[in-house]
Design a protein around this ligand. Structure first.
Ligand code: SAM
Length: 231
């Protein structure tokens, strides 16, 4: 009887057990990873990260680590998602762009914080997988695009926040141009080797002036495309 009940609980898409694991993750992010923005923590708490994993691997979903999602790519670790999101300083109604949809998890987190989120993915297999997953979760897939995010999305610019989830060789000029004055770009920049990048936040202060801030070493898969690394 107990085993039957347990397996029934495991079949529920977002069970009591998953919600408990998520609360524990949020506590870790707040107390050990120094994430301070309660709106960001609430967004992490609201998104069932295990639904972005293949069922066989869902035991890994609430550990603070990146995990392979196929095509040589990863879902970023929760503390990275939380920190990059916090650096954007999102206010409701702001127009956001994510470069590198991957599993769709970061997109789902951003959708908790704004109702204007676009996300662009370079890899067609991941794009289609992410689109189907986000549709099944009832998220607004009209904001998903297949293409080279290193060129931004000029048709949807200007953005208040642009978040890049892959490491760029330098600041992508198109992304700088597509920032609204006062808008922020959060992007890992540095060598293609994971771990050799710096997390940067660029704030557009005027038409031609940008403030650059550094937030430490980070580890991202390489950004591809026109302003990325050659494949
Ligand atoms: N945000 C994702 C998530 O929540 O699962 C994790 C993204 S993974 C670390 C980086 C993603 O960036 C990969 O899916 C990769 O295919 C994508 N990517 C790399 N270069 C890109 C480009 N030029 N435009 C759009 N996506 C790109």
């Amino acid at each position: 009887m107990f085993t039957k009940l347990l397996s029934l609980i495991q079949l529920l898409p977002d069970s009591y057990r998953h919600r408990g694991q998520r609360r524990a993750l949020v506590t870790l992010l707040r107390e050990r990873r120094n994430i301070r923005d309660e709106h960001v923590l609430a967004a992490i708490n609201a998104v069932p990260r295990h639904l972005f994993f293949e069922p066989t691997f869902e035991a890994h979903a609430y550990h603070d680590k990146a995990f392979p999602i196929g095509e040589g790519q990863t879902i970023s670790q929760p503390s990275t998602v939380a920190y990059q999101t916090e650096l954007l300083g999102i206010r409701p109604g702001q127009r956001l762009l994510e470069v590198g949809t991957g599993s769709g998890y970061q997109f789902a987190v951003l959708c908790q914080l704004s109702d204007s989120v676009q996300s662009i993915e370079f890899n067609p297999v991941l794009f289609e997988r992410g689109r189907q997953r986000l549709a099944a979760l009832g998220l607004p897939t009209a904001g998903l695009h297949l293409g080279d995010g290193s060129l931004g999305l000029p048709g949807h610019a200007p953005f208040d926040g642009i978040l890049v989830t892959a490491g760029a060789p330098g600041l992508p000029p198109a992304l700088l141009r597509q920032l609204r004055i006062g808008g922020r770009l959060v992007v890992p920049v540095g060598a293609a080797d994971p771990g050799q990048q710096q997390l940067l936040r660029i704030t557009r202060e005027g038409p031609e002036s940008y403030l650059r801030e550094e937030f430490g070493d980070c580890r991202f898969v390489p950004l591809r495309g026109a302003a990325g690394w050659a494949t």
